[in-house]
Design a protein around this ligand. Structure first.
Ligand SMILES: [Zn+2]
Length: 244
């Protein structure tokens, strides 16, 4: 059982969008797990093998062991909303039994990220149904639905419903992004390679990511922040001073 489960399409998605929030949760004694739906095998740069190595390096920085991160082996670029894939996600939700589920927002430049949203929402519904049977390690799994679901942004975004202050985690978040050396280049850390540049591999992409985290941090009176939208309406506040 984990407090938080984060699901997205490609290894590195969760790191880019919510690594700060997950590390902050860990710093506070919470537990989390990650599910990547694909291995990112259609990526222009790197190979499946190099990306696996990069994910292992990222896991070390995030403090995750092998059992904390699942790859569901769906084809990159072709995440079908079907029964087989729904059950794969149901199995993960029932295994990790998170209280909070984080996944991609439904409007993005990359179709896989939008498909994550549709597939995960379907799986969350099915995961709560007794009649939907799944097993893990030969044992039938019990139904489970997370109490709260929040979506994170990839390229497109809107005004978030809340922002998590990740100022204390930003240096480690940059390290975890740099673990994906074939995919990203932080400004000032340009390196020579013969691979073609992509939308995400130039320093301009990393600069824009840092600027967005700086912007949302500024908007909550912090330095860096990660934005979220809620899936099921407003969130409960018990003490107004918690929001200060
Ligand atoms: Zn992605």
């Amino acid at each position: 059982m984990r407090d938080i489960l984060a699901i997205s399409a490609h290894p590195d998605d969760v790191e880019l969008c919510v690594a700060g929030t997950l590390m902050k949760a860990r710093d506070a004694g919470r537990t989390f797990a990650i599910c990547d739906l694909t291995e990112g095998e259609r990526g222009t740069r790197g190979t499946v093998e190099t990306r696996r190595d990069e994910t292992r390096r990222a896991n070390d920085i995030l403090g995750l062991s092998a059992g904390d991160r699942w790859n569901l082996g769906m084809p990159d670029g072709n995440i079908q909303i079907n029964q087989e894939n729904t059950l794969k996600v149901v199995r993960a939700i029932r295994h990790f039994r998170p209280k909070v589920l984080l996944f991609s927002w439904d409007n993005d430049r990359h179709p896989d990220h939008e498909d994550v949203n549709r597939l995960v929402r379907r799986a969350v519904f099915d995961s709560g149904l007794t009649m939907v049977e799944t097993a893990w390690n030969g044992e039938r799994q019990k139904p489970h639905r997370p109490e709260r679901m929040y979506c994170f942004f990839h390229t497109y975004e809107r005004t978030p419903d809340f922002v998590v202050d990740i100022t204390e985690q930003i240096e480690r978040k940059i390290q975890v992004i740099e673990a994906y050396g074939t995919q990203f280049t932080m400004p000032g850390r340009e390196k020579d390679d013969n691979e073609p540049q992509t939308f995400i591999s130039t320093p301009a992409f990393a600069e824009s990511l840092l600027a967005r985290m700086r912007h949302w941090g500024f908007m909550i009176g912090a330095t860096y922040g990660e934005p979220f939208v809620t899936v099921h309406g407003p969130i409960k506040v018990n003490d107004l001073l918690d929001t200060v």
